[in-house]
Design a binder for this molecule. Structure first.
Ligand code: HEM
Ligand code: HEM
Length: 429
């Protein structure tokens, strides 16, 4: 085979590979960067980085309470590029959660959850949950104080699931306390079950995008077609390289945190959950745990799954925030949440003490049902006011509520991370 023949074959092979993911031609409007910001592709790249660095870490990591911490020290201190590999795994794990969440927001705000895209939304929600649990299970593995107590705090939230809470906590921990069994369970989920689930769901997710003839575009968009290779592939390549360069740069300059070896007898103060669960931990300071850690998250998740199955008459596909009114409503919702959530936290912290006022009533009612109903009534009245004032259609109204909840959760997370000190008391950072 002559030189040109070999090169030609290689090109054909590369093209065949690309055609497994993309069709030969794509709509010009669908590859505009500002439509998707390349977020889905970035999530995929981050996953590949996690698998690659994770497999390298597995060569030296030992999942046992006596050896885990030392194996981490030996990875960072003695192995060539060990520290870099660990840092890349740490940072891209965090970016993976963030980017996947931003991708969720983009698919929502560009109306990519209706009709034929609804299964991709549902698979997406499953992916979001699995990505968070991948991060969570990884969190325990370094077996330092941060890991041990964050997992203790988070798994104790399961206690409050009525009927099965205690046995479920025991099952997840593999015993009463976080210990060697927990580490082994988390390790197996982290390095086998969860990554495999992501691969399977991701394959289905990509296939659905292809089946839907690419990403969402507005119905009166230009129909011009362009070749996927190079028009789309080149953009993807640039995004991938920039992302990898960014992760490497962060990993060179910032080390993954490692505290002292886990000590089950000594709890740091404050003991905080991982950052993406901090919103729930903040809610726990205001509501009875059944409401904060079970009912509210379950209702929220249920709503997310249900969303694409509601009956919509209107079409708002492929346009950011649906239209001018949607843009305005999202802004009002976000501003409202940014004002009233901190106000609610302060009022509850300094003026309201439902549990103290109603000592004879079980806390699940005094500090759970009652504040839940009060807040529910206030929010319903506010949402109805918005409905009467702006006359949104169903999608615009859902966009309003979605924006309110997302901004609200972001504020709770922010307060939990930055404004809670020893004893989880409010403090100025
Ligand atoms: C699915 C995406 C993944 C995410 C989000 C993720 C996240 C994490 C996180 C946050 C840590 C704690 C590291 C630290 O903070 O310093 C960790 C540790 C670890 N992960 Fe992953 N990981 C993923 C996939 C994998 C895979 C596929 C493997 C192996 C096949 C793996 C193997 C490990 C090992 C051995 C550790 C312990 C060593 C260390 O702490 O650096 N991970 N992971
Ligand atoms: C591991 C995590 C994920 C990966 C790797 C991933 C990857 C992708 C990619 C590459 C696309 C096409 C290009 C793009 O939109 O950027 C896409 C589309 C889509 N994703 Fe994801 N995704 C993930 C998680 C999610 C989540 C959390 C949701 C939302 C709940 C979601 C919902 C969707 C929807 C509805 C589409 C179709 C978008 C459209 O047609 O415009 N995905 N995803």
């Amino acid at each position: 085979m002559d030189q040109t023949g070999t090169v030609g074959k290689k090109k054909v092979r590369a093209r065949n590979l690309i055609l497994h993911v993309h069709p030969p031609k794509v709509r010009k409007t669908s590859i505009r960067f500002t439509l998707t910001f390349g977020l889905g592709g970035m999530a995929a790249i981050l996953f590949i980085l996690q698998v690659f660095t994770g497999i390298l870490l597995r060569f030296s990591y030992v999942p046992s309470p006596n050896e885990a911490y030392d194996s981490i020290l030996s990875i960072t201190n003695t192995l060539l590029f060990g520290s870099l590999v660990k840092n890349v795994h740490h940072w891209s794990g965090i970016f993976f959660v963030l980017v996947t969440f931003l991708h969720l927001l983009r698919t929502f705000y560009t109306g990519a959850f209706y009709w034929e895209r609804r299964w991709n939304w549902v698979i997406g929600i499953c992916l979001m949950v699995i990505v968070m649990f991948s991060n969570f299970t990884g969190y325990l593995l370094p077996w330092d104080q941060l890991a041990y107590w964050a997992v203790t705090v988070s798994t104790s939230m399961l206690y409050y699931i009525p009927g099965i809470g205690e046995s479920l906590t025991g099952l997840v921990r593999g015993g009463e306390e976080v210990g060697g069994n927990t580490l082994l369970i988390f390790y197996n989920f982290h390095t086998a079950i969860l990554p495999l689930s992501i691969v399977l769901l991701m394959a289905f997710h990509f296939w659905r995008v292809r089946k839907n003839k690419g990403v969402v575009v507005s119905k009166d968009a230009d129909e011009t077609l362009v070749p996927a290779d190079p028009d789309l592939v080149l953009k993807e390549l640039v995004v991938a390289l920039c992302l990898i360069a960014f992760v490497l740069l962060i990993s060179i300059f910032f080390d993954a945190p490692l505290q002292e070896r886990a000590n089950p007898a000594y709890s740091p103060n404050p003991a905080k959950a991982p950052w993406y669960f901090m919103g729930i931990q903040e809610l726990l300071l205001h509501f009875h745990p059944f409401f904060a850690a079970v009912l509210i998250p379950v209702l929220f998740l249920f709503g997310m799954f249900l969303l694409p199955f509601l009956k919509f008459k209107e079409q708002h596909e492929g346009i950011w925030f649906f239209n001018q009114k949607g843009r305005k409503l999202a802004l009002i919702a976000a501003i409202t949440a940014i004002v009233i959530v901190p106000a609610g936290i302060l009022i509850n912290e300094y003026f309201l003490d439902f549990e103290g006022w109603m000592k004879n009533i079980p806390p699940v009612i005094s500090n759970g049902l009652i504040p839940f109903i009060i807040i529910g009534v206030i929010l319903t009245a506010y949402f109805l006011f918005i409905k009467n004032r702006y006359k949104p259609d169903k999608s615009e109204f859902i966009l309003f509520m979605f924006s309110f909840m997302m901004a609200g959760y972001a504020v709770l997370t922010f307060v939990g991370i930055w404004f809670r000190g020893p004893g989880m008391v409010l403090m100025w950072p």
